[in-house]
Design a protein. Structure first.
Length: 292
């Protein structure tokens, strides 16, 4: 049985269940003393990935979404492995055991994190640049990947110093100017994201476009996933959650409060506006279509 726009009820159920579990995962981060850290990481990584797979399969079909996942996970994992051995493109770092099982020294959950937020960033870019209802051709083949990479970079900026300098899920060997994180990491993130987005954009240009779902709630699910991530970053000021100061691998001490304030400001002033703009564009597109 299907709902409007040909979306099966079980697909709608999975989309909103994934969002619900993701919200719970962001709340659970406030209780690391009673909830396993690896369970918290799992709840923050897997639900967005599930949402991406379901949402993307509806939009692009199994073949199209499999292609996106292959580009996203393949390029992401390759760049992580390359950087671990050479320092390019992110810089010199290594992972600890915090994020669970690894493959080729890269945590599986870390690579999977690319898929969830990576896909939602792509959808936000489609909505903002108004490519929801038209083929990805011409200037859009470049502009959508460029913007999607920026949206995903905002996500990394909002959490990188917390996960590395404070939580020590990975260690930057020489520290860095952004609260223990080198600027090369952010350049590498943009470069990596652009590679897989550009590859998928070229795939979309050469593939026939399916009629996109008309359901507004369907599109809002991806926006909400990105928005929940931004809002979740605003919950980290719980007293006693972090030590008052941390020291990076270079021996430089950083104020934990300074790191938290910087990361929450990025969440509010970079991630938040992206989500709100996509929401507004979706609403405006619906108005335009209803007026035709």
């Amino acid at each position: 049985m299907t709902t409007n726009a040909g979306i099966a009820k079980w697909q709608t159920f999975l989309l909103w269940m994934a969002l619900l579990v993701y919200v719970q995962g962001r709340i659970c981060q406030l209780y690391p003393e009673t909830i396993s850290v690896q369970l918290i990481v799992f709840m923050q990584v897997v639900p967005p990935a599930v949402l991406a797979l379901v949402h993307g399969t509806i939009l692009y079909g199994v073949k199209g979404m499999s292609t996106f996942a292959a580009f996203c996970l393949g390029v992401g994992a390759a760049c992580e492995i390359l950087s671990l051995h050479t320092g390019f493109p992110f810089g010199h770092y290594y992972f600890t055991s915090l994020m669970g099982p690894s493959l080729f020294h890269v945590p599986i959950l870390l690579v999977l994190a690319y898929l969830g937020i990576g896909y939602c960033s792509w959808v936000l870019s489609l909505l903002i640049l108004e490519y929801r209802n038209k083929p990805l051709t011409g200037y859009g083949v470049i502009s959508v990947p460029l913007l999607a990479s920026l949206i995903m970079l905002a996500w990394d900026l909002s959490m990188e110093a917390i996960w590395s300098t404070i939580d020590r899920a990975w260690i930057w060997r020489d520290g860095g100017s952004f609260y223990g994180v080198p600027m090369s990491n952010f350049l590498g993130w943009y470069f990596t994201a652009f590679l897989f987005y550009q590859a998928f954009a070229l795939y979309c240009r050469n593939s026939p476009m399916k009629p996109p779902p008309s359901s507004r709630s369907y599109w809002r699910a991806a926006i909400l996933c990105y928005g929940i991530c931004a809002c979740g970053n605003l919950l980290i000021f719980k007293q006693g959650l972090f030590p008052p100061a941390v020291i990076d691998a270079s021996g430089k001490q950083w104020s934990t409060m300074d790191i938290l304030i910087a990361c929450t400001l990025i969440s509010a002033l970079a991630m938040g506006p992206m989500a709100l703009l996509a929401w507004h564009r979706l609403k405006m597109q619906e108005v335009d279509l209803s007026g035709e």
